[in-house]
Design a protein around this ligand. Structure first.
Ligand code: NAD
Length: 478
């Protein structure tokens, strides 16, 4: 179903994010027939380009980042004809009149701020000074949304000078993943799970976001941030919220975000012994973290594992373990809900026993699996095995599932539709920083050094201990 007609301005339209995600995503939505006839995309950035040069840039981006079997050569020209470009200076006057002249009345005017957060205020101000934004306009902003509570508050306040909260779309692409939304469908669309979704039946929950890459070219940014700020405060926290929240009364933006906010506010402070921070060392495939960021004394973590408690009736006594890091064994993200043992085994120890684990996989191959205990087939008596009830979308939905949109494309279409459910509200972001700040301040004040770890592993040994000392273990990263 096509969305309403729109003009989408991408500030930073020549940047890395626009090239890799936003523009290829828009092309895929175009191919899917979701873009109405008169939708337009306007790239706006500092580079001196004209429409033709920008179209050539976008053609290259599509060539590089859209899967070849989905590329339809005949349609790329039709897509490119919707594109325009304005050379603009966020901090100056150049380009703003031209942009104002390009915008049409009677369509949804949306603005993607794909630039450094330091420019958000300048953009917001100029959009208003030049009457480019109207009361129905939407702005999309990217992480990092602050680096602590006070900078996040300042950023929120800057945006609030020119836009209402209902116009601000803080993107967290983890929320755009099909599986993440499916998690809500599974939890709240079935009678099977919710009665068991509490500390009486759930032993613990693990959330892992493992990357194989190092910090790459983002070294100087990353070294001022670290895994806690770059991943936990936003992506892992959002996943935790969706797992732990109470059922909202409706699937609407504020009902969902109110419940997520309550989870963040219910987080207990974390003691230092419940956190393991790590830094990758050098190996044959690459330099060490400290070499990558060119800071031989860096105390920033490229890995973090931690144990959290959500203190409310539902979750008292069920720990949540979070971990994320770079240069780990595999690129794999998953949430695992590990249920408790059956209260009594009628089959005896020799039959073996397995716990039910619901695994929600975000990458690779998005999908869910529920481990169920059954009898091993055959005449060998009652021996129990664990088999997966697999809900992998590619299999369940057949060839159509190839059309599962990428997180960015789905979220951009939600912006045009005016649906904020999958975007972070300002108070959520601030609450997450309120919880993160004292933890970071603690290790900074103590001068805690991250533990070194071998690349290609599951992180520092100490992170295994976080689980082992309580008789639990991390799931394998593979
Ligand atoms: P980039 O450096 O590749 O591109 C920056 C863009 O901003 C360019 O188009 C540049 O022309 C434009 N720009 C810079 N200064 C400007 C000015 N004064 N006036 C007008 N335009 C100006 O950055 P990026 O990687 O595309 O990231 C953009 C934003 O998205 C950043 O805030 C980044 O933190 C965030 N982000 C990026 C990624 C990613 O994968 N690249 C992921 C998450 C968040």
């Amino acid at each position: 179903i096509p969305v309403d007609p729109f003009d989408l301005v991408i500030f930073g339209g020549t940047g890395d994010l626009a090239r890799r995600k936003i523009l290829p995503g828009l092309y895929r939505r175009f191919l899917a027939g979701q873009m109405p006839e008169d939708a337009r995309i306007i790239g706006a950035a500092r580079s001196e380009l004209d429409d033709d040069a920008y179209r050539a840039f976008v053609r290259d981006a599509v060539d590089e980042f859209v899967r070849p079997d989905r590329k339809d050569v005949g349609q790329i020209d039709a897509f490119l004809s919707r594109l325009h470009y304005v050379t603009i200076d966020a901090k100056g006057t150049g380009g703003w009149q031209e942009l104002a002249g390009l915008m049409r009345d009677g369509v949804i005017r949306s603005f993607y701020f794909s630039v450094a957060p330091g420019l958000f205020g300048d953009l917001a101000e100029r959009l208003h000074d030049h009457d480019i934004a109207d009361a129905d306009s939407r702005i999309v902003v990217e992480k990092p949304f602050g680096r602590d509570l006070s900078s996040a508050k300042a950023l929120n306040a800057t945006l609030a000078e020119h836009f209402n909260e209902s116009q601000i779309y803080r993107i967290d692409h983890y929320l755009g993943k099909e599986t993440v939304q499916n998690l809500m469908a599974v939890r709240f669309g079935n009678v099977l799970f919710e009665p068991l979704w509490n500390s009486q039946y759930v032993d613990h929950i693990q959330i892992t976001v493992a990357e194989t890459v190092g910090v790459g070219g983002r070294g100087s940014y990353y070294d001022r941030s670290g895994a806690m700020r770059d991943m936990v405060q936003n992506h892992l926290m959002q996943l935790l919220c969706l797992i732990a929240m109470e059922p909202p009364s409706r699937f609407n933006p504020d009902a969902v975000r109110d419940e997520k906010l309550k989870v963040i506010r219910a987080l207990e402070p974390v003691e230092p012994y419940q956190i393991v921070r790590g830094q990758y060392q050098a190996d044959a495939d690459g330099p060490s973290y400290r070499e990558d960021v060119e800071n031989p004394r860096s105390l920033t973590e490229s890995f973090i594992a931690m144990k959290l408690h959500v203190s409310n009736w539902r979750w008292a006594g069920t720990p949540f373990y979070l971990r994320t890091g770079k240069r780990l064994r595999a690129r794999a993200s998953e949430i695992a809900v590990v249920f408790k043992d059956a209260p009594h085994s009628i089959f005896g120890d020799e039959a073996g026993h397995h716990r039910n684990i619901l695994t929600i996989r975000l990458q690779p191959d998005e999908g869910m699996t529920l481990g169920v205990t059954i009898k091993e087939p055959g005449p060998g008596g009652m021996r129990l095995i664990d088999v997966p009830l697999d809900m992998t979308f590619a299999e369940a939905l057949g060839p159509e599932s190839e059309e599962i949109p990428d997180a960015y494309e789905r979220l951009i279409m939600d912006v045009i539709r005016g649906n904020q459910t999958l975007f972070m509200r300002g108070d959520e972001v601030e609450a997450a920083w309120s919880w993160t700040d004292p933890i970071i301040e603690g290790w900074e004040a103590r001068g805690d050094a991250p533990k070194p770890y071998e690349p290609g592993t599951a992180g520092p040994e100490e992170s295994q201990m976080l689980m082992h000392r309580e008789g639990r273990r991390w799931r394998e990263i593979r």
